[in-house]
Design a protein around this ligand. Sequence first.
Ligand SMILES: Nc1ncnc2c1ncn2[C@@H]1O[C@H](COP(=O)(O)OP(=O)(O)OP(=O)(O)O)[C@@H](O)[C@H]1O
Length: 482
Amino acid sequence: MSGARILVVDDDAAIRTVVREALRRAGYQVEVAASVAEQRAVMRRFVPQVLVTDVVLPDGNGLDLVPEMLRAHPDMPVIVLSAQNTLATAVRATEQGAFDYLPKPFDLGELTRAVADALAATGGTAGAVPDGPAGDGLPLIGRSPAMQEVYRTIARVVANDLTVLVLGESGTGKELVARAIHDLGPRAKRPFVAINMAAIPRELIESELFGHERGAFTGAAARTAGRFEQAQGGTLFLDEIGDMPFEAQTRLLRVLQEGEFTPVGSARSIRADVRIIAATHKDLPRLIADHAFREDLYYRLNVVPVRLPSLRQRIEDIAELARHFLDRAAAEGLPRKLLDGGAIERLAAHGWPGNVRELENLMRRLAALSREEVITAGVIEQQLHGGGVIEGGPALAPSGGLADAIELHLARYFAAFGRDLPPDGLYDRILAEVERPLLKLTLAAARGNQLKAARLLGINRNTLRKKLTERGIDPGDVRRMG
Ligand SMILES: Nc1ncnc2c1ncn2[C@@H]1O[C@H](COP(=O)(O)OP(=O)(O)OP(=O)(O)O)[C@@H](O)[C@H]1O
C-alpha cells in the first residue's frame, strides 16, 4: 500500500500542508490542489488512487464533482472533508458515491485510517449514485462531533437493509434516528411502523408483532395484521427491545433467521420484507449476563450500532436545539419566543437527565407560559426548579411519550387563552378530562374485565365501578370497542 498516490484538494493552505505531511509520513505520494481547476490540472499528470476533497472550493463544489470523478475513475475512492457538519452533508456524500466522509475538524489519524481503508477497499467502492439530492429539512439537529459520528453511521446504512441497533439514554433521539434512516432510504415510500416492547402486555406481544387469525384466542373477533405485516416493504422499529420478554425474544429471533412469520392461530407463514431497526436505553450485554436477553438475538440486531450521545455530551448543540424547538412551537401556534445569551448559558449548565426530550418540553412550556418575548436565565432557572415536572422526566410511560403528549395538550390549552388565564377550578376539570380516557383505555386493554382493569389502575373494583358511572362510561361499549 505504501507509495500509493493521494491527491488532496482543499482551499485552506494550512490544511493542505498538514494533511500532505501526515500522509507523506504514512508513506504515500501526495499532491495537493487548492481549487477544482488546479485539481483537474494535477490529474492530467498524476492520477491518484485516492482523492481527498473539501466540499466548498473557490470555483466549485467538491461534493458535486464526485459522480463525475467516479465516472472517469471508477476505482478511485473519494474521501470528502466538510465543515458543513449536518446529516444532510453526510448523507449526500454517501449518495454521491463518496467512499467516506470526514467532518471538520478531523484528526489526522482518522484521515490516515480513512485513506488506508479506501486503498484496501479499492474496487469495492461502488455506492449507488442516486438521481436526486438528499431532502432538505432533515430532522436531526446538532453539529457537535458526537452527532457527526452519528450522521456518518446513518449515511452508511440508509441505502442498504442492514439491521441497526440504536443505543442511547431516554430522550436522546433514538426513534428520530430510526425514522431518518427510513425516510432517507429506498423504503421511504413504504410504512414506518414502530412498536414499543415496554408498552405491550407480555401475553399480547406475539399477536401484536405477527398478527392473529379470527378465533385464535378469546376475544380475537377478526383476523388482525401484526406489525410485521403492517410494515411490509418498509421498516419495523422495535423500541425498548431490552424490555422484550424472553419467550418473545426467541420467537423474534426465529423470524429474523427465517425471514418469515406466522400469525397466531395460522398455519401459513408470510415472508417478511421488512427492515429492522431496534433501540434501547438498557445495557444489553449486562442483560445478557443476567440471562434476561438472548445473546444470539443481540448479535442479530447489533449489526450496525448507532450510539447516541446524551445531551450533556454535546452541550454545544443546546442553543441550536432550543431555538429549533421554539421555532417549532411558534409554527404550531404558540407565541414566538427568543432566548438571550444568559438563557443559553443557563441551559448549557443544566444536567439534562431527560436529554433532548427534556429540552423540548422546557421550550414548549416556556413558549406557552412565559409572558415575556425574550427568555432570560432567571426565567429558565424558575422553570427548571419551580416547574418540578421537567426535572424528574416522565414517570408514567416507559418511553416518556405519555407525559410528553399530556404536557403538549396542556400547553396548547393554556396558549389558547393568550394573555388571559383559564377559568378557575382547573385541577378538577383537567383531571376529569384525563380520567375518562384513562378508564376507557384501561378497560379496553383488560378486554372489559373490570377486576383486571381495577388491578391495572391500582384501585379497587367498587371504586372503578363508581368512577365509570360518574364519568358516564358503559363497560359494555368498551368491551365491544376492545
Ligand atoms: N437531534 C435531535 N434534533 C431534533 N430533535 C430531537 C433530536 N433528538 C431528539 N429530538 C426530539 O426529542 C424527543 C425525543 O426523541 P425520541 O423519542 O426520538 O427519543 P428516544 O431516544 O427514542 O426516547 P425514548 O428512549 O424515551 O423512547 C422527540 O420529540 C424528538 O423529536
